[in-house]
Design a protein around this ligand. Structure first.
Ligand SMILES: Nc1ncnc2c1ncn2[C@@H]1O[C@H](COP(=O)(O)OP(=O)(O)OP(=O)(O)O)[C@@H](O)[C@H]1O
Ligand SMILES: [Mg+2]
Length: 405
């Protein structure tokens, strides 16, 4: 990534360290404020206590009850998350059978599961007590997702906080993560075509818009990356993993001061250097994801030559020269993309990854632009320009300065 003198993205490593996480030791003044008016009671929250005794009232989770300072109104989103016993989750996953294993991240292992009393398939994430994340992330995840309700955010069905066990139960996303599709090694997997990429980008942007502009209080996501964009039927994108989310600056404040946390390659340089988190930090990360979708490259790729390892650093000089835009299109697309659409998508990405946060666009504008791009369906068969490009398998066969219609 562009912001830390540190390498990341070692795909041979265990999943949890695949995208290297950033965690500074700076004091975090506002962790778990997402809990807001909700008080959740708890037994095992030593980790949270150690770091910030003031927030304990707002961040602990009981295995039995979620108490709130104000009772939720009938039908309020806080009513949605169910509590599960550990025995129920053992049952649902056949004792966490290896065959049910879906993947692993910094929080722990993820398994597919099914409850006897319903047909719904779920994904169950089990906190690894020795993992990179802890109770704080568990609590913030439960609180954020309990308050959120949007088609582009993964649904939290419930959680289990029994004894030392901490597990999260989500809706199952059958097509896995965007990262798997772009950078995974399953040869059988269909390549993502241009229309699908724009659809995913627009869906992820709408999820982020909900967090920034529709939630009350607004939320900064802080962990936008390919592995946290999960895909449902027909490549419907949903954001997942809200353990690092923060309530955005309130009143006339412009930022929240926090410990620097996130993932190398996606973290905005301004946030990494100052610890000042803003909505524009998420916009930067979104720009990196959009660039991954366009180029098929990883945010950080240590297998490439030095000048190409950091995706944004590689892209910056190319952004300045329209004639070089074609070099940024994913070769896997074999030229099957609309030239104008490519230009527009690159322009959005370039604006999002600008060094100066206040030069980056608001998410609402990104959504408008990407909704438009996603609505412009590209058909390689009825596009003679692209067809000739396809026949030359990726070679330039058109005047790159003439966008197609
Ligand atoms: N709701 C879900 N439905 C289907 N698969 C899921 C679901 N949640 C997670 N997975 C799978 O489990 C993998 C691990 O997810 P997890 O969120 O724990 O880690 P990550 O996002 O890859 O890494 P990090 O901890 O750095 O965020 C994902 O890549 C995905 O393949
Ligand atoms: Mg994740």
């Amino acid at each position: 990534m562009g912001c830390f003198p540190c390498a990341g993205g070692d795909s041979s490593a265990k999943k949890s360290s695949k995208n290297k996480r950033i965690e500074s030791t700076q004091n975090d003044q506002s962790d778990a404020k997402i809990a807001g008016m909700y008080t959740i009671k708890v037994e095992q929250c030593n980790e949270v206590k150690k770091e910030n005794p003031q927030i304990v009232n707002h961040t602990s989770v009981s295995n039995r009850v979620v108490e709130k300072t104000k009772p939720p109104e009938e039908g309020s989103p806080m009513n949605k998350a169910r509590t599960f016993t550990y025995a129920q989750l053992l049952d649902a996953t056949n004792n966490f059978k290896a065959a049910y294993f879906l993947g692993e991240g910094g929080f722990g292992k993820v398994y597919k599961g099914k409850f006897e009393d319903s047909d719904q398939i779920v994904a169950i994430k089990q906190l690894d007590p020795n993992g990179l994340q802890g109770i704080r992330e568990f609590v913030v995840e439960v609180l954020t997702l309990s308050m959120a309700d949007h088609p582009n955010l993964v649904q939290l069905i419930g959680y289990c906080a029994e004894g030392e066990q901490r597990l999260l139960v989500y809706e199952y996303m059958p097509l896995g993560s965007l990262e798997d599709h772009l950078h995974g090694h399953r040869p059988s997997r269909k390549r993502l075509d241009w229309n699908t990429r724009m659809k995913i980008a627009a869906g992820a942007a709408r999820g982020l818009e909900y967090l920034h502009d529709k939630m009350n209080p607004p939320v900064i996501y802080r962990d936008l990356k390919g592995s946290n964009i999960l895909l449902g039927e027909d490549y419907h994108a949903k954001l997942s993993d809200f353990g690092l989310a923060k309530v955005g600056p309130l009143g006339d404040k412009t930022h929240v001061s926090t410990r620097v946390m996130g993932t190398y390659g996606y973290c905005a340089p301004d946030y990494a250097m100052t610890g000042q988190l803003t909505f524009k930090s998420d916009i930067y990360s979104f720009g990196v994801v959009l660039l991954e979708l366009i180029t098929g490259r990883k945010a950080i790729d240590n297998t490439r030559p030095a000048a190409e390892q950091n995706l944004v650093a590689w892209a910056r000089p190319l952004f300045r020269d329209r004639r070089k835009f074609w070099q940024m299109a994913d070769p896997v697309l074999e030229g099957e993309y609309p030239v104008r659409g490519l230009y527009q998508a690159l322009a959005i990405s370039a604006m999002c990854v600008q060094e100066k946060p206040n030069m980056r666009p608001l998410i609402a504008d990104v959504v408008t632009a990407l909704n438009y791009l996603a609505s412009q369906k590209y058909d390689p068969l009825t596009n003679p320009v692209q067809a000739s490009r396809r026949s030359s398998r990726g070679q330039r066969s058109i005047d790159e300065n003439k966008p197609d219609g």
